[in-house]
Design a protein around this ligand. Structure first.
Ligand SMILES: C[S@@+](CC[C@H](N)C(=O)[O-])C[C@H]1O[C@@H](n2cnc3c(N)ncnc32)[C@H](O)[C@@H]1O
Length: 272
């Protein structure tokens, strides 16, 4: 893989309040991105970054219990993109969804989901595949497709939204949360907020995460919104608020940042 090493190709890998490492711009190659990210999630991913599952949408966003973006889930067919350790599938099942499907690129994450759901007596259909690829998921089938910090890992946003649209029934919902792109631009040093990365920089980068790497790009909010619109979705809500009480109690660099700017966003969109 070609790393691009000019001085303007370096950026900071900002995770929570901190700069974790520097990130080097790279030419994205789909196979390399999948290999790198699968290895990360197969091994240290969940332990290193921690896991976020419903009712949390991530960062300091208000929780799903407050936002109720998913609505009535009784007897609904639902699909999670990037199902991770299976906790969110357990949550939607508790809210009434009875036909559960999960997709993840990492065989070990699928194994974790399977083990967790087995231990809680919940049944789900699990598919190990990149979200960008044809993987045999049924079309026009789901009432809800959702994802918690999964969608941003795609190498092809347009293709992914097009597939998700095809999985949904008419009237079905797509709800997903991801890191807010402005959060990836600002770090905290000695209680000062430093604007470290350009909001407009959507270049792919490689970043060291302990002894592994990740390959990602930081997409602008407009990129997500325009890709949804291009693929036929109607956007019903965009949330980027901070739960200020939660952030004040946490009192960390990350929470101080969350009081000044959004650290995560969640979008609710519908197939009409
Ligand atoms: C931040 S985790 C989110 C999962 C879950 N919410 C959690 O916190 O445990 C991202 C998940 O997306 C999966 N993933 C990464 N790239 C993917 C891709 N291209 N297609 C499908 N899943 C992918 C990873 O294996 C990982 O389980």
């Amino acid at each position: 893989m070609k790393k691009v090493k000019s001085s303007d190709s370096q950026k900071n890998n900002i995770v929570a309040g901190k700069v974790l490492s520097s990130a080097v711009n790279t030419e994205m190659n789909v196979n390399e991105a999948h290999r790198t990210n699968t290895e990360f999630w197969d091994t240290i991913g969940s332990e290193f970054l921690g896991s976020t599952s419903l009712p949390s949408w991530g960062g300091f966003l208000p929780s799903e219990d407050k936002l109720n973006l998913l609505g009535d889930l009784n007897n609904k067919s639902v699909l999670e993109i990037g199902c991770g350790n299976g906790r969110s599938l357990e949550y939607v099942n508790k809210r009434g969804a009875n036909d559960l499907w999960g997709l993840d690129i990492s065989p070990n994450q699928i194994k974790r989901t399977k083990e967790h759901l087995k231990s809680t007596g919940v049944n789900a259909n699990l598919v190990c595949s990149p979200m960008e690829d044809e993987c045999g998921l049924p079309k026009e089938y789901f009432d809800l497709v959702y994802s918690v910090y999964g969608i941003g890992w795609t190498t092809d946003l347009d293709k992914t939204f097009n597939r998700i649209y095809s999985y949904l029934k008419k009237g079905g919902l797509f709800v997903f949360g991801w890191s807010h792109p402005i959060h990836k631009c600002v770090s905290v040093e000695n209680d000062k907020f430093i604007f470290s990365n350009s909001y407009f920089d959507e270049e792919w980068y490689l970043a060291d995460m302990s002894d592994k790497e990740i390959m990602l790009s930081n997409r602008m909010l407009s990129t997500y919104i325009n890709a949804l619109a291009d693929n036929g979705f109607v956007i019903e809500r965009l949330f980027e608020e901070t739960d200020r009480e939660k952030a004040k109690i946490a009192n960390t660099d990350f929470s101080k940042k969350a009081l000044m700017l959004p650290t995560a966003f969640v979008i609710k969109a519908r197939k009409i």
